[in-house]
Design a protein around this ligand. Structure first.
Ligand SMILES: [Zn+2]
Length: 283
């Protein structure tokens, strides 16, 4: 059951669902207008979010900002029915999807061509069932680099960012509330044979994130993470980046160096991240 939670004075969000890959959808409520972050993975998802906004007396949104082009963040655009903002790169990717069909056969065919991945196809089937009414809509407002949006008393700063998960992704920073929305930028590249992180892209991403002062960091498929916990995640990533460089991506050597560094065995999460970096080193 998805919950609708208040994070700060002006920020509300709906919790994610892992089975159907529904990401967090959030709203920033200004004095003059409100902006929703990501459109949800279906009309149903967007409708549920809009109903929750109404129940909380938040009215309707005026704008939607997309973090990136992946289906689960954009299939609710039509239902949101307001102007949508995305980076040029994100729009280019959505453009490719305009003529796609979403039947089992079409999904399987795109998996064969290496355009689609089973992870997304399975979640699409689960979210939509047999009857898939999917309409891909292009964003209205496009930008490259940075964009500031004044909502009245609160600002949203969109920042295009280097990352492995989805080139052209945008972070959304709300300085007055000290909250940074990460979208999926902190996750690995899942559209490759082997899921991976690269040293260069991840380093650039972490350096960019470090420019922002935040109390909460929102992972689209996770949680609104408090500063301390997030800093710990970043610390682990930076250490794994270091051993990846030292071991030049050789996974057993990376494991040995990391074990020496932390003085214990690797956790399951650390092991997974380490393997992703080893995969990235081979790209
Ligand atoms: Zn994604």
């Amino acid at each position: 059951m998805q919950q609708f939670k208040q994070l700060t004075d002006r920020i509300w969000y709906q919790t994610p669902v892992s089975e159907t890959d529904r990401p967090i959808v959030a709203v920033i409520t200004g004095d003059d207008r409100s902006l929703v972050i990501d459109a949800g993975n279906s009309s149903q998802h967007a409708t549920l979010f809009l109903e929750e906004m109404k129940n909380q007396g938040l009215g309707r949104p005026d704008l939607v900002a997309l973090t990136h082009w992946h289906w689960d963040h954009i299939f609710g655009i039509k239902q949101m029915a307001v102007p949508t903002i995305a980076t040029h790169r994100t729009v280019e990717e959505i453009q490719k999807m305009l003529d796609y069909e979403w039947t089992d056969e079409a999904l399987e065919e795109r998996i064969r061509q290496g355009i689609e991945i089973p992870f997304c196809a399975d979640a699409i089937k689960l979210e939509f069932g047999k009857d898939r009414e999917i309409e891909v809509i292009l964003p209205t407002i496009r930008f490259t680099g940075e964009l500031a949006i004044d909502l009245g008393g609160v600002t949203c700063l969109l920042r295009q960012v280097e990352n492995d998960h989805s080139p052209g992704s945008a972070l959304v920073y709300i300085p007055e509330e000290r909250v940074l929305f990460l979208g999926d930028a902190m996750y690995a590249d899942i559209f490759s044979d082997k899921w991976n992180y690269t040293v260069n892209q991840t380093t650039r991403l972490l350096d960019t994130i470090a420019e922002y002062e935040a109390d909460y960091y929102v992972w689209s498929h996770g949680e609104a993470m408090a500063k301390d916990a997030f800093e710990q995640e970043v610390h682990v990533l930076r250490q794994i980046i270091e051993v990846t460089k030292q071991a030049e991506g050789h996974v057993s050597e990376m494991r040995r160096l990391y074990r020496d560094l932390v003085g214990r065995d690797l956790t399951t999460d650390e092991e997974e991240t380490l393997v992703f970096f080893a995969n990235g080193a081979k790209k």
